[in-house]
Design a protein around this ligand. Sequence first.
Ligand code: ZN
Length: 108
Amino acid sequence: MSDAVACPICTMPDPLDAVDGYECATCGHEWLGDPDDGLSNIVDANGNVLASGDAVTVIKDLKTDGKVGGIKSGTKIKSIRLVPGDHEIDAKVDGRQLLIRAAFVKKA
Ligand SMILES: [Zn+2]
């Protein structure tokens, strides 16, 4: 789909995802993600730009596909991670890793 990401130091492919970019599993080098990955203009329900590490509040009761329970409106998420796709937010809620649409949250 997109060009494989490789470590700029040791050129090993398949780095680990870090909060703001990537971490090389081989040499431990960390670097920021590609600014052209489409994740720099994701906005919340109020039009505020979101970034990985932001705290947000869910503004709508959400059902989670194939899983028990859902996310209630008003749920606070401490640290989000932005990911490509139509559900732009990867977050941990009550110990579960969930994908949430940016339009259903507002920046805390
Ligand atoms: Zn490396």
